[in-house]
Design a protein around this ligand. Structure first.
Ligand code: PEP
Length: 258
């Protein structure tokens, strides 16, 4: 079994305080018997962050935000600064998600500013990168595209402390309802080229996780047939029991469910 695996989820604009409590109760109970070198992280909507931090204190669950601004204060109505996230105790922040790139016009440059600001504020960062459907299957172009996303996003970063940066490879063609379920062979090449690029840019060993239509059926093959350091799971992790089943099946602690 691979060691030191990362499993995370982004709740997007889902969940309620009550559902969040059920989720954290179930997942933190599971974490008591989980291998100690595995890391679990969750990105709830902003108002639920304090509740999750309170309810999961001391459990090791990493609780982060789904976005932040690049400035630490100022006239940015509706935005949240990395400094404030840090002050309320958030551990990390998700940046570069495909939905923010598409629906909120976030460019690589904007994401780069946010990555740098978040790391400077002392937050961890889960940085999403991934090519769109027009590049599906085109290896050379995909490599160049991913290299470019990484180069801009990581241009101004301070030296990375261990476990401060996680890169999530999320091909846009695989994400969400309507996304095409990925085959491990399709993602293996992209993951190894991301690994090569990151090794040239950063001294620290940066975990790279895969995200996009991860299910109970494909989690194990994605984990074992690629160089991924873990899985980033969206809609199939909203149910805490399914999230746990995906993790256990992927790492081989329970047999695959039909
Ligand atoms: C995502 O949108 O980042 C994601 C991984 O979603 P899903 O697992 O639902 O495809």
């Amino acid at each position: 079994m691979k060691r030191g695996l990362w499993f995370g989820t982004n709740w997007k604009m889902n969940m309620t305080p009550g559902l969040a409590r059920q989720w954290t109760d179930t997942v933190t109970a599971y974490m008591q018997n989980m291998p100690s070198d595995h890391r679990l992280f969750v990105m709830p909507p902003y108002p639920l962050i304090p509740q999750l931090l309170r309810d999961t204190e001391g459990t090791g669950l990493i609780v982060g935000a789904q976005n932040c601004h690049w400035e630490s204060r100022g006239p940015y109505t509706g935005e949240i600064s990395p400094a404030l996230l840090k002050e309320i105790g958030a551990h990390n922040v998700l940046l570069g998600h495909a939905e923010r790139r598409k629906q909120f016009d976030e460019t690589d440059e904007v994401i780069g500013r946010k990555v740098s600001a978040a790391l400077h504020a002392g937050l961890g960062v889960v940085l999403c990168i991934g090519e769109g459907a027009t590049l599906k299957g085109k290896q050379t172009e995909t490599r160049q595209f991913l290299e470019q996303q990484l180069a801009v996003a990581l241009r101004d970063i301070p030296s990375i402390q261990p476990e401060r940066l996680v890169v999530a490879y999320e091909p846009v063609w695989a994400i969400g309802v309507g996304g095409q379920p990925p085959q491990a062979e399709e993602v293996a090449d992209a993951l190894s080229s991301i690994r090569q690029t990151i090794n040239q840019m950063v001294d620290e060993c940066v975990p790279i996780v895969y995200g996009g239509s991860v299910t109970l059926q494909n989690g194990r093959s994605l984990l074992t047939k690629t160089e991924t350091d873990g899985l980033f799971i969206g809609r199939h992790a909203l149910d805490p029991s399914t999230f746990i089943q995906i993790i256990e099946t992927a790492v081989g602690e329970r047999s695959e469910v039909e």
